[in-house]
Ligand binder design. Structure first.
Ligand code: PLP
Length: 315
């Protein structure tokens, strides 16, 4: 979050405006909504898949455009090339959070993004045992951010740097395995009658697949899916024996969370419903475990949950 907040504060000052994607990491969204107005920085949300709608949201004080390469928890991919074009045309700084995709699958600077930020807490480190962040960009841009960063104090301690550098050595191995595992798990879940729909940008049926296929060399380890709302989702989670029911993502172990009870708890019911973040949605950060064992574990949990037949919808 220091990487993100310091970057935003570097390129937007009092009186400035930012265009930001309509679904963002919760911390980024609340920083823009709750903290930026106190500094005189405003923002307007836009739909990253609808470039025709952006122009009317821009103001004379718009300085930056902020997106994520893959959004949480619906695993959406926007028209990222159009974001770069729009930013160039209007002289905006283009900023992208590439945490979910990782540099193994997507390198946004290659298509012209000015600034790439990452939560290194996730895939870059890969072992769920540090908190850290990264900002990448031209020397000119990064030196401005660094100047503010030093004053704000978002600096990494030496032991965390050591763990991050060690984790980075296996980034490519881990992510390639996670890409494969997530694709197999997504296809498996998509084939099950207990599952209503799967969100994974690697599935050809996915609405954003065309953007993902054009830009990414792999589709990542993050997916989410809607369990049949008649089934007891809490029982399903309890019945899984390999994945942990825990926050965060991007480590070697498979994690599951209910976005309504974690990352998106801060939104109102209406905001969640509008985005399709419902009680039966489960997000999975797919790890590097044996995919056969993972699929077997999900199969067992689905069958156990379906056999219970709850008499009412369980919230
Ligand atoms: C976790 C996360 C962040 C925030 O990172 P921290 O390391 O927890 O500060 C920002 N963006 C995305 C997409 C994330 O998943």
């Amino acid at each position: 979050m220091a990487a993100i907040s310091t970057t935003i504060m570097t390129f937007a000052k009092k009186g400035d405006h930012i265009l930001s994607q309509n679904t963002l990491y919760g911390g980024t969204q609340t920083f823009l909504t709750n903290d930026c107005p106190n500094m005189g920085i405003s923002h307007t949300s836009f739909d990253p898949a609808q470039p025709d709608t952006w122009e009317k949201l821009r103001t004379p004080t718009t300085r930056a455009i902020y997106v994520e390469s893959i959004s949480n928890p619906l695993i959406e991919v926007g028209d990222l090339k159009a974001v770069v074009e729009f930013a160039r045309k209007h002289k905006l700084v283009s900023i992208i959070d590439n945490t979910f995709a990782t540099p193994v699958n997507f390198r946004p600077a290659e298509i012209g993004f000015d600034i790439v930020v990452h939560s290194a807490t996730k895939y870059l480190n890969g072992h769920s045992d540090i908190v850290g962040g990264v900002v990448a960009g031209s020397k000119e841009h990064v030196s401005k951010i660094r100047h503010l960063l030093i004053h704000l104090g978002g600096s990494m301690d030496p032991h965390t740097c050591f763990l991050l550098e060690r984790g980075l050595k296996t980034l490519s191995l881990r992510v390639k395995e996670q890409n494969k595992n997530a694709m197999t798990l997504a296809k498996f879940l998509d084939s099950r009658s207990e599952v209503v729909a799967v969100n994974y940008c690697g599935l050809e049926s996915n609405a954003n697949h065309k953007f993902a296929r054009e830009l990414f060399s792999g589709f990542g380890g993050m997916l989410s899916f809607y369990l049949d709302p008649k089934l007891d989702i809490a029982l399903f989670i309890d019945s899984l024996t390999i994945p942990l029911h825990a926050a965060s993502l991007g480590g070697v172990e498979t994690l599951v969370v209910r976005p309504t009870r974690s990352s998106h708890m801060g939104l109102t019911n209406e905001q969640r419903e509008e985005k399709g973040i419902t009680e039966n949605l489960l997000r999975v950060s797919v790890g590097v475990e044996s995919i056969d064992e993972l699929v077997e574990d999900f199969t067992n949990a689905l069958e156990k949950t379906a056999s219970k037949q709850p008499s009412q919808v369980v919230a």
